[in-house]
Design a binder for this molecule. Structure first.
Ligand SMILES: Cc1cc2nc3c(=O)[nH]c(=O)nc-3n(C[C@H](O)[C@H](O)[C@H](O)COP(=O)(O)O)c2cc1C
Length: 176
């Protein structure tokens, strides 16, 4: 079951007085398979009088800049890429201003972020005790450390990390 009804939905929403629309360029049944259809997002953005935000598969600052230049969207929404690179928004702003990416972030900045996120998760009490919180954080930490220098060995241990102390010790092995 695949119905491409974005334009019809947009028209209905516009008639109903909506002030902004965000479109993800896949049908529901596609889930995350295939590539997001930016042609349809663009068509809708051109046809609408209200701002249209595009979403789907934007994984780099360059990709965000590309759709800004080449489609009629008023903005982009970034999902999964931000879980690996939370700086993608700042990077995109920098790229739009200067035409190049900002200097590469030091591993230290990334480890600081991982520790900050983990401490916030622990402090929130949202996930239960330390072990449960660390279990919840494992997938987040693995996303953050993708592509780290020498990450392979460290990641096989991060999969099992069970306390903040253990995490601090593991990350302290990285170059500063
Ligand atoms: C962990 C996670 C949680 C999400 N939660 C929501 C949600 O609550 N509501 C929603 O509309 N979309 C949700 N999405 C979908 C995203 O908003 C976005 O449409 C989708 O990930 C495609 O964009 P991307 O290619 O930049 O990831 C979620 C996506 C992820 C990865």
């Amino acid at each position: 079951f695949q119905t491409l009804c974005a334009m019809d939905a947009c028209r209905l929403l516009e008639d109903a007085g909506i002030s902004m629309i965000t479109i993800h360029g896949r049908t529901r049944s596609q889930q995350y398979s295939g590539a997001a259809n930016w042609d349809i997002i663009d068509e809708c953005a051109r046809a609408m009088s209200v701002p249209v935000i595009g979403n789907g598969d934007i994984a780099t600052a360059q990709a965000a800049a590309y759709v800004k230049e080449n489609t009629a969207v008023s903005g982009v929404m970034i999902g999964r890429a931000a879980m690996e690179n939370p700086w993608i928004f700042a990077d995109t702003r920098y790229f739009l201003l200067h035409g190049v990416l900002p200097p590469a972030r030091q591993p230290r900045e990334k480890t600081d972020l991982i520790l900050r996120h983990t401490r916030m998760a622990l402090d929130s009490g949202h996930y239960g005790d330390e072990l449960h919180t660390m279990r919840h954080m494992r997938s987040r930490i693995l996303a953050y450390t993708k592509g780290f220098p020498g990450a392979k060995e460290m990641r096989s241990r991060l999969v099992r990390v069970s306390s903040l102390r253990e995490l601090e010790e593991l990350l302290s092995g990285l170059p500063r």
